[in-house]
Design a protein around this ligand. Structure first.
Ligand SMILES: Cc1ncc(C[n+]2csc(CCOP(=O)(O)OP(=O)(O)O)c2C)c(N)n1
Ligand SMILES: [Mg+2]
Length: 571
């Protein structure tokens, strides 16, 4: 038994779980945790908005495979964080969300930052949500929360720690009730599932592997590449798994969307840790109806959700690949198919290559092509924005050198997460230059994070594609409403570069294509957080292929066009 307050006790459990980084925004309720974490030598990274606290903790997990804590204060700190919790929930990221609360004895007393049932609010967006009611339960439930987040199908958890528990001292036996001494055993596939998988893959003429976040979280990159080469199967990824395997490998051929665009028409698909849904174009978008589907996921509910697999495997992606590698099945060469798969991104250059040397106004593709010259193994790119994300996806996704780091929006589709992701990326990879590529709308949600970057010496370079619009919104409105727009314009020429300068960073304003390279170079050389504000053309008939696909097939005579989803038939 030892005597300590709740803050110290909770931090002791963090230490046992190997947690060494806490993302936070301060509030008096949570001071005992901050004090104990600082005493324990943990990295404490404080942001300017609690959504960013949560986004950074989420990205930390994706980029390092290690747990991180998002620690926010009671009431508004908790509610500001909720978008990050929703995103982690939909993307199945094991973030430990902790918030303070008023003293237990003051429930229903109209006290400061109270009156909300935080545990109930968090419940539908977490694997587990609970409240400590004593020093012992603070320890017990911290350990429980961490074990829950990180086992089975991963996902976020929420723990409310009331201020009186955190400040109050008492006797507690951490080793006994806060035990983290267990090994996470990754579920492995059965021999018969492996046999059926090999049977399909060895007979297929046009098999592909499609990898998603599950493969990232199980850190399956090496095994994935080894199996692809053993079995002569091209690999495609969704944007959330970009960088899991290097885009420079000859068998790493593009994103899921490239499979459809290049009409590869696979006859067998090994879907690894990716769910059927928006990233696979619904039930049949990317995976042809006649293709044989082998679906590997930790969550049995995903197997058959939209599409019945021929082989459904509830297992870890890396374990499954390892089991496949352990067999000595012979595979055909499939040279023609592989060479077609390798050309699956050629359409990008064919279609847009002529834009690289055009005069102002700068085109999105032109700007990103110039930026791409700066990206290699020593950089990590993080994407955000509406149409900007669509352009990022076709130009930058294959530059990702680390899993989880060509980030684009996930299932929540939330704009404004790049600052949090960049913070975590820079902490995880201090030696690399982190580059955010975002729209002018998206940079604004959390623009005060330029201050966080400066305060913590994080020389992140933010490139803003400034089209003075919520671009994806306005292009769809103009398309559907013949030139009319509502609530989708932003001010022309807003000086986001000066916002970075105001926070102690470096700013560059670029209006001519010829200026961009020099501006990017100066931004990198400054060694400071920098913002390169690129003034883009405002022609709303120019849209990324993603937005085009969203509006495709729109025949106003027969359909009522809905953005993002299948259109409605006119009755
Ligand atoms: C938090 C949030 N608010 C609103 C939206 C709806 N939305 C989707 S794309 C988009 C426009 C994004 O504009 P910008 O970041 O400037 O990028 P652009 O499309 O201009 O490249 C909006 C408002 C969203 N997805 N997320
Ligand atoms: Mg914009």
């Amino acid at each position: 038994m030892e005597n300590m307050n709740g803050g110290c006790a909770v931090v002791r459990v963090f230490e046992q779980a190997g947690i060494d980084t806490i993302y936070t925004l301060h509030g008096g309720h949570i001071d005992p945790i901050l004090e104990a974490a600082d005493d324990a030598g943990m990295k404490i990274l404080d942001t300017r908005h609690e959504a960013v606290t949560g986004y950074a903790a989420d990205a930390h997990v994706r980029m390092t495979g290690k747990l991180a804590v998002s620690l926010t204060t009671a009431g508004p700190g908790f509610t500001n964080m909720l978008t990050a919790m929703a995103s982690a929930w939909l993307d199945r990221i094991p973030v430990v969300f902790i918030s303070g609360a008023p003293p237990l004895r003051d429930g229903e007393c109209n006290v400061l930052q109270g009156g909300l049932d935080q545990v109930a609010i968090a419940a539908p967006m977490t694997k587990w949500s609970g409240r400590a009611t004593s020093l012992n339960t603070a320890v017990q439930l911290t350990a429980h929360a961490i074990r829950t987040a990180n086992s089975g199908t991963p996902g976020p958890v929420f723990l409310e720690l009331p201020i009186d528990i955190l400040y109050g001292p008492g006797e507690v036996d951490i080793d006994e009730i806060g035990s983290m001494s267990f090994e996470v055993v990754r579920p492995a596939p059965t021999p018969s599932a492996i046999e059926k998988t090999l049977e399909i893959l060895s007979k297929a003429e046009r098999p592909v592997i499609m990898a998603g976040t599950g493969a990232v979280l199980s850190q399956a990159g090496e095994e994935l590449l080894a199996f692809a080469h053993r079995a002569n199967i091209p690999v495609f990824y969704n944007v959330k798994a970009a960088g899991l395997v290097p885009g420079t490998d000859p068998l790493v051929c593009g994103t899921f969307a490239d499979i459809t665009r290049s009409e590869l028409n696979p006859d067998a698909v090994l879907l690894l840790g990716a769910r059927t849904g928006m990233y696979t174009g619904g039930a049949t978008g990317v995976i042809p109806a006649e293709a044989k589907l082998i679906h590997v996921d930790l969550d049995a509910r995903e197997l058959g959700r939209l599409r019945a697999p021929q082989v459904g495997i509830v297992a870890d992606c890396r374990e499954t690949l390892q089991a496949l590698l352990d067999c000595d099945t012979a595979f055909p060469q499939r040279d023609d198919f592989i060479s077609n798969a390798q050309k699956s991104r050629a359409w990008v250059d064919d279609r847009y290559g002529n834009l690289i040397d055009t005069p102002a106004p700068i085109h999105q593709y032109q700007a990103l092509s110039i930026l791409k010259e700066f990206l290699d193994d020593s950089t990590l790119a993080i994407g955000d924005g509406g149409d900007t994300s669509g352009w990022n996806e076709i130009t930058l996704a294959d530059t990702a050198s680390q899993p989880g780091v060509f980030a684009s929006v996930g299932y929540l589709g939330n704009l404004g997460m790049h600052q949090g992701w960049a913070i975590a990326a820079q902490l995880a990879h201090p030696e690399k230059r982190i580059v955010c590529v975002t729209g002018d709308g998206s940079v604004g949600f959390q623009a005060m994070e330029f201050d966080t970057f400066a305060r913590h010496d994080l020389p992140i370079v933010t490139v803003v594609l400034n089209n003075n619009a919520w671009g994806m919104s306005i292009v769809a409105q103009h398309f559907l409403w013949e030139g009319r727009d509502i609530a989708s314009k932003l001010s022309a020429g807003t000086r986001y570069d000066l916002m970075a300068e105001a926070c102690g960073g470096h700013g560059e304003l670029v209006t001519e294509p010829g200026e961009l390279k020099g501006a990017l170079q100066r931004a990198f050389d400054s060694g400071k957080p920098a913002c390169v504000n690129v003034i883009i053309g405002t022609d709303t008939t120019i849209m990324s292929p993603r937005t085009e696909a969203m509006l495709a097939g729109a025949s106003p005579e027969e359909t009522i066009v809905m953005p993002y989803y299948d259109n409605l038939e006119k009755k």
